[in-house]
Design a binder for this molecule. Structure first.
Ligand code: ATP
Ligand code: ZN
Length: 750
């Protein structure tokens, strides 16, 4: 373990002494374990044939048996170990699972270097599935034989009523019939059910690649042909598919998926989506297009579903995968295309565990393995736009909406001139528009990206703000449950009746609106309208959320009041008005992408209006009607906005014109933290083209009793930032109780 690793992973410092090796000790392999370790360890192997690189093996590591993967030999390691060597251990077992493809092994090495996390931590993301490394473990199931039991009872009849030719386990039959498993077994004895062995991870249906999609418009066909030509050449290109919301980008990349899979019978394709709420309806859309459901991969899968997808992907049987960002780490043997839908979405940035950006890693994966990567968006990230402008990426555009549906007419409501009544949040103009929509029997969406009832609870008497314990985060009132909730830490408590500081009774006041409060206002104003609230907590779980979204689609809701869960991807044909309650919300705090993100989110949400025959309109309530981003939204001039953003970033040397890394220090001890951060600043090597900003307290300074300070490293684009950081960390003395994390190209500055 080197110095840098000790700094980043102090808890591992003692546990990992490398086994030494000897050139004469027999056939050897290196094994990488899914643990935060930077390199593979050498083992002896007594099987006749050495397991190839990528094989899953298990071996003693410290006091335990650990499953790992055979890795390419450590470069230059052998020489170092001239010492002796009796204690090289032997691999205990080689698993049946197909070995990881060499392009994935290579990608893991690369991703570790790029993100500056240890290789083993990256491998852990590939192996995060239980019981998948053994071959199929057969399961006993039952089919009906058609024979009547000699003795028929109501219980037996109930079981036979649900049994059939499709094998079901005893548990499934018991559950479906409401009887016990004993009844099921009794029927086997009676000859009415027969045992069969089945694979608990059934294969996925093959996508029908010859099935025709919809007839494409001229633009769509041009884009599809453009991409198909790159696929035919079998080379890497990142390609931006650029078109307004509703222009038909999805149909274009479906053609690309079909083309890539047709080209090679073993080829696999991956479609990445930013959010799980989008995934479920999308799976159905894929099924409708290809006649078979794709293999899914997201956080709501059960353990068994995860194992099924993982195993079938590893075998190459699952050819089309639709998943969230971590699907990038599935063990594809022959990945030939990745589509990153809504490529600009910041949900692609993973902020916990290994910090990475799935879009950037997807492009890198395609570049290393030599296949194309499609990036689809109506509001591409500045990073991608600059990559296109500078010729690194290709781009193909769709000019308007499919079927000539019009883009919504967007106007700004200046809240200084058109103020709502005291204690209300909807301006008179927006209220008028909703009235008009209700009389026309058209649907409206009120968008506010804030869950709960009120974002701040304040004591009217002493001014105390309710915060989460040990954290500088505000408690958000959720009136449905009558609780105060912290959206950062998950802490929650019943709303107290008295101020915890001055003890005044009934003095705690809700400040500002969340979706629940806007819904309260709407229900008061329009008691006869069908009003629903949708946010990730009013609809726990994707299925409840789905029910509301389906009702909206079916026209069973007049006014939907929603956070960003309703902003993206959905198609509500009768929705003609979108009202943004607080268009300024994302601009506060001002991180480097605040304006860009506001543009993206508000284009997405306003893009829900008027997607079918009826034209749509959107109104943005703002106190900053002159801000460039709001003006750009109103005029629809995306490219002018991006050009202005680009210029600002270029002047400051910020991404994508410069490179940025965040070094965050954390400690429960604020004095030690401050000392460590300043000491670290003092040891920063002086280098050309590098500027260090900070240390500064993070905007949310304390979280769950841990205080945090941050240094930002800003570098010119040609600087090897990772090399600089590792040099710096080598010079940094570790301080007990202070933990350091690195974030290459940070997106979150909280
Ligand atoms: N060639 C086509 N024939 C028939 N319907 C189409 C065609 N292209 C697109 N559509 C329909 O138009 C609507 C919008 O298309 P699609 O979802 O592909 O657009 P998008 O650009 O991906 O939109 P968003 O950016 O909002 O996700 C969908 O309902 C889709 O089924
Ligand atoms: Zn008080």
């Amino acid at each position: 373990m080197n110095k840098m690793q000790q700094l980043l992973y102090p808890e591992l410092a003692s546990s990992a002494a490398a086994p030494s090796c000897d050139a004469d000790a027999g056939p050897r392999v290196s094994v990488l374990f899914p643990l935060p370790l930077p390199k593979a360890y050498d083992y002896l192997c007594d099987s006749e044939e050495l397991p190839p690189v990528g094989s899953f093996v298990s071996a003693p590591f410290g006091p335990r048996e650990v499953t790992g993967v055979v890795w390419p030999a450590n470069k230059g390691e052998a020489k170092k170990k001239n010492a002796k060597v009796q204690n090289l251990k032997t691999i205990s077992r080689v698993f049946d699972a197909p070995p990881l493809a060499s392009d994935l092994v290579d990608f893991i090495d690369w991703a570790a270097d790029y993100t500056m996390y240890p290789k083993g931590a990256i491998l852990r993301m590939v192996m995060r599935v239980k019981d998948a490394f053994d071959g199929p473990r057969m399961q006993t199931a039952f089919v009906a034989t058609g024979e009547k039991p000699a003795r028929i009872t109501p219980k037996r009849e109930a079981v036979l009523a649900v049994a059939g030719a499709e094998p079901q386990t005893a548990a499934q039959l018991a559950e479906a019939s409401g009887m016990s498993e004993a009844v099921v077994r009794g029927l086997v004895g009676a000859g009415s059910l027969a045992k069969v062995e089945v694979d608990p991870d059934p294969p996925f249906d093959a996508p029908d690649l010859m099935r025709a999609g919809p007839t494409l418009s001229g633009d769509q066909q041009y884009a599809a042909d453009f991409v198909a030509e790159i696929i035919a050449r079998d080379e890497h290109k990142a390609i931006l598919v650029d078109g307004v919301t509703g222009s038909g980008k999805t149909e274009v990349y479906f053609e690309a998926v079909a083309a890539a899979l047709r080209k090679d019978p073993d080829a696999q394709a991956l479609i990445l989506l930013p959010e799980i709420a989008l995934t479920l309806p999308f799976l159905e859309r894929v099924e409708a297009r290809f006649g078979a459901a794709p293999a899914p991969w997201h956080s709501e899968l059960t353990g068994a579903q995860r194992r099924r997808t993982w195993r079938r992907v590893a075998e190459g049987q699952a050819r089309l995968v639709v998943g969230a960002r971590s699907a990038l780490f599935l063990p594809f043997p022959k990945l030939k295309l990745i589509v990153v839908d809504e490529e600009h979405d910041s949900a692609y940035k993973q902020e916990e565990g290994v910090i990475y950006h799935a879009r950037d890693l997807a492009v890198a994966r395609g570049a290393r393995a030599g296949f194309p990567v499609l990036l689809a968006s109506a509001t591409p990230s500045l990073e991608t736009v600059v990559n296109v402008d500078e010729g690194r990426y290709e781009a193909v555009g769709l000019a308007g909406r499919f079927n000539d549906a019009q883009m919504p007419d967007i106007s700004l409501i200046d809240m200084r001139e058109d103020a709502p009544d005291a204690g209300k949040w909807l301006s008179p103009r927006l209220v008028d528009e909703i009235n008009a929509n209700l009389s026309a029997n058209e649907q409206s969406l009120l968008f506010l990206n804030r869950r709960g009832y009120a974002p701040l609870t304040l004591c009217r008497r002493c001014g105390h703000k309710m915060t989460a314990p040990g954290s500088d985060t505000m408690l958000v009132e959720h009136r449905f449950e009558n609780r105060l909730v912290c959206h950062h830490t998950g802490f929650s408590m019943p709303k107290p009746s008295a101020c915890p500081v001055c003890k005044a009774v009934e003095s705690l006041t809700a400040c500002g609106p969340g979706v629940e409060r806007v819904a309260e206002e709407a229900k008061e104003r329009w008691p006869d309208a069908r009003i629903e609230v949708l946010s990730s907590d009013t609809a726990p779980g994707p299925r409840t959320m789905r029910a509301v979204l389906d009702a909206m689609k079916a026209g069973e809701i007049d006014i939907l009041i929603a956070t960003q869960v309703a902003a993206k991807g959905h198609h509500f044909p009768n929705l003609t008005l979108v009202g943004v309650v607080d268009a300024d919300l994302g601009l506060a705090g001002g991180d480097l992408r605040a304006a860009e993100r506001t543009y993206q989110l508000l284009s997405q949400v306003t893009g829900r209006a008027g997607r079918a025959e009826k034209p749509g309109r959107a109104m943005l309530q703002t106190y900053q009607a002159d801000a460039a981003v709001l003006q750009a939204l109103a005029s629809g001039d995306r490219d002018a906005f991006l050009a202005a953003e680009a210029m600002g970033r270029q002047e400051l040397g910020f991404p994508p014109y410069g490179r940025l890394a965040a070094v965050t220090l954390r400690s429960p001890d604020e004095v030690a933290l401050d000392r460590a951060a300043n000491a670290m600043r003092a040891t920063a090597p002086v280098a050309d083209g590098i500027e260090i900003l900070g240390p500064a307290r993070t905007p949310i300074y304390r979280l769950r009793g841990i205080a945090r300070m941050r240094l930002l490293v800003k570098a010119r684009r040609n600087v090897n930032l990772q090399a600089y950081l590792s040099d710096w960390l080598k010079r940094t003395k570790s301080q007990s109780g202070v933990r350091i994390t690195l974030d290459i190209n940070p997106y979150s500055f909280m």
